[in-house]
Design a protein around this ligand. Sequence first.
Ligand SMILES: [Zn+2]
Length: 373
Amino acid sequence: MRSILSILVVVGFVISMPFIFNKSITVEEPHKLDVDGNFILNEWVPSRAGKGAKWDYNLKPVQVSKRVWCFFGAMEMPTKENAGDMSNSCYIKGDTEWIGWDSGPSFIFAEQAYAEMKKIADMPVKNVIISHEHDDHWLGNNYYKEVHGAKIIGPESINENYYGPRHIDGKDYPGMQTRMIKALYQNAVRGTTLVKVDESFDETTKFTISGVNMEYVKVGYAHSEEDWFLYLPDEKVVLVADVVMNGRVTSNRDGIVIGQINALNAIKSRDWDYLVPGHGFITDKSAADESVQYFALLKDRVLEKMEDGVVADFITKEVTLDEFRDKDLYYILSPGNVFRSYEELEMFDEDDLIDFSAENSDDENDDEEKEEA
Ligand SMILES: [Zn+2]
C-alpha cells in the first residue's frame, strides 16, 4: 500500500513538473504590454528586432533662428508614455548638410526628426554634436551613424562611462544599459544601440562646419561629469543643453552647484539673442534666468543654513526654494538637489567660482557686458 502511495506521489510530481518549472504568467493588465506583446523589461536585454508599428513621436520642428530648428520635449521625466521625448534637440542648417545638436532618446526619434527636417531641406547629416552623457540627449546617435555615416562629436565621458564589460551587483554585463533602453516600449527603443563618440576635444574649440562658425565650449563638471555647449556667433544663438532648464526644476543628481554657476557665467559671457535649453520652451534673452536664480538661491541658502548649524538630515526642511514651487518636477527633484548640494558645499571654496567677465576683458570679446544674457 505504501509503495502504491509513493508511486502516486512520484506520478503526481511528474505531471505537475511543467507547471512548477514553467510558471505561466497571468497578464492582469494587458494594456501594459507594448505593441510587440513585450513586457517592459528591467533586466539587461539585447536589442531585439520587434515587429509592431513604430512609435509615432509626432515631431514638429520649431525654427529658432535663420539656421536653427529645434524639437522641444515634454516637461517630464522619461516614461513609457512620452517614449523619452522630454529633452530638446536641434538641427543647424549648413550650406550643404544638416548638423545635429543632441540626437534625442532613440533611433526612431532621430529617424522621425530627420524625416521632418528633410522636408525643409533635403541634405544629409554628416556631423552630430553632443552636449553631455545623459541618454535622453544622445541615443539617436546610431541612426545618424548607420544611415548617414555621420561623425559623432561629443564628450569623452560617453565612451568612458557606457562602454565595455562591467560587473554590477554580482552580475556581468557587456556594457551599460541606459534608462531609456530599460524603460521605453520596444516599439520606441527598437533599433537603438549605443555607438561611440568619434571625436572628443580636451578644451573649448572653434570650428566651421558647412559654412557655420561654431564654438564648442567646455564647461566641465556642471550638470554632469562633462558638459559642453555650442555657441553660434553669427546666428547669435547658444545651444546649451542641460546646464539651463526653464519651466521645470533641474535635476542635479549628477551635477555640482558651483560647476553649474560657472557654466551659467560662461554662457552669459557670450553675445546671444536666443538660447535653447536642454529642457524647457523659453528661448529668448530671459531663457537662463530661472537657472541663474535657482543655483544662486540654492548655494546661498544652503551655505547660510550650514553656518546656522543645520545638519544634512534637516537641510531639505530648512531650504525649500519656494520660488520654484509652481515649476514642473519641483516636488520630485528639488529636495534631492538641496540634499546633494549640502555635501558639496561643505567643501565650498570661493576660489572655485570663475570670473568670466575678467577673463573676457583680455579677450577680443565685447567689453560692455550685457546686464542680462
Ligand atoms: Zn542631463
